[in-house]
Ligand binder design. Structure first.
Ligand code: CP
Length: 310
């Protein structure tokens, strides 16, 4: 494996291997010295054209824990403001010694271009490209679910419900692909305006009622942020109506199975798509997801920079 641009880059064995390795690497948290020498001498660059808290910092911690050098590229203080292109920026970073470039970009396909246009030979990791994909988020979500079931467990037969702004969600797309690959069944629910065409072709069933979907007793309820910043038009009648129809309110929380998991990739809009009661409920694994982000990104960096790339 040379790049991780899409979950479609992985087969079942590769995805399972990454998850197993991430589970193993997560144990480094229990050590006093949380560091391994595996990537000594390698350089990882975080090239983020969009804001991030969780992904950027967890890649930074992951690279540091594997003893790689980590450079954070800041769009606001770089030559981007002078009009430098993505290609020229990436080639510049490679000339400066980057072995891997972790890229987040508002344009769907940006990571694919860097990986497959032949511009550079560094490994490319997609940290979110427009509304397309966010593969390491899906991996950390799957790791979190597996831990709940018992580390190393199979996801076959598991029922996952993903709710909200599916249209603008790279998290939803990567999750549908990965969860299907791992054998889970996936239902997406949201207002018709926020369900993208073709999501059913990816293997997800589509629901137009959160309450009916909850009645089917899913094992996992994954709430998504409404991405107002990607909306150029009217996708919902009003925020109040959205909250009433599609929010995981205190009342709806009572209908979530007692042994189900509640996930949210963050950042959460408390009181909108998820109530504080749901976010802080014992069934919520939001902070476990964040924690698993480090282990998953360690596994990916290790695989790309220390593994066999044939
Ligand atoms: N889940 C996620 O991608 O969060 P950030 O935008 O904070 O990186």
């Amino acid at each position: 494996m040379r790049h991780l641009v899409s979950i479609a880059d992985l087969n079942l064995d590769e995805a399972t291997y990454l998850l197993d390795n991430a589970q193993e690497l997560s144990r480094i948290n229990e050590r006093e010295v949380k560091k391994l020498p595996a990537l000594t001498g390698k350089t990882v660059v975080n090239l983020f054209y969009e804001n991030s808290t969780r992904t950027r910092i967890s890649f930074e911690i992951a690279a540091t824990r594997l003893s790689a050098d980590l450079i954070n590229f800041s769009a606001s203080t770089s030559s981007l403001s002078k009009g430098e292109s993505l290609k020229d920026t990436a080639q510049t970073l490679e000339a400066l010694g980057a072995d891997a470039i972790v890229v987040r970009h508002p344009m769907s396909g940006a990571a694919h271009q860097l990986a497959h246009r032949g511009w550079i030979s560094s490994s490319i990791i997609n940290a979110g490209d427009g509304a397309h994909e966010h593969p390491t988020q899906a991996l950390l979500d799957a790791l979190t679910i597996r831990q709940q079931l018992g580390a190393g467990s199979d996801l076959r037969g598991l029922r996952v419900l993903i709710v909200g702004d599916i249209r603008h969600s790279r998290v939803a797309r990567s999750n549908v692909l990965l969860l299907k690959l791992l054998g889970a069944s996936v239902e997406v629910a949201g207002p018709a305006t926020l369900i993208p065409e073709g999501i059913d072709c990816m293997g997800a069933s589509v629901s137009d009622s959160f309450d009916e979907s909850l009645g089917r007793n899913p094992d996992v309820v994954m709430m998504l942020r409404v991405q107002r910043e990607r909306m150029q038009g009217h996708f919902m009648p009003s925020e109040r109506e959205y909250q009433q129809m599609w929010g995981l309110s205190r009342e709806r929380l009572k209908r979530v199975r007692q042994d189900a998991m509640i996930l949210h990739p963050g950042p959460m809009n408390r009181g909108f798509e998820i109530s504080s009661e749901a976010a802080d409920d014992p069934r919520s694994a939001v902070l476990q997801q964040v924690q698993n982000g480090v282990a998953v990104r360690m596994a990916v960096l290790h695989e790309l920079l220390a593994g066999d790339k044939s």
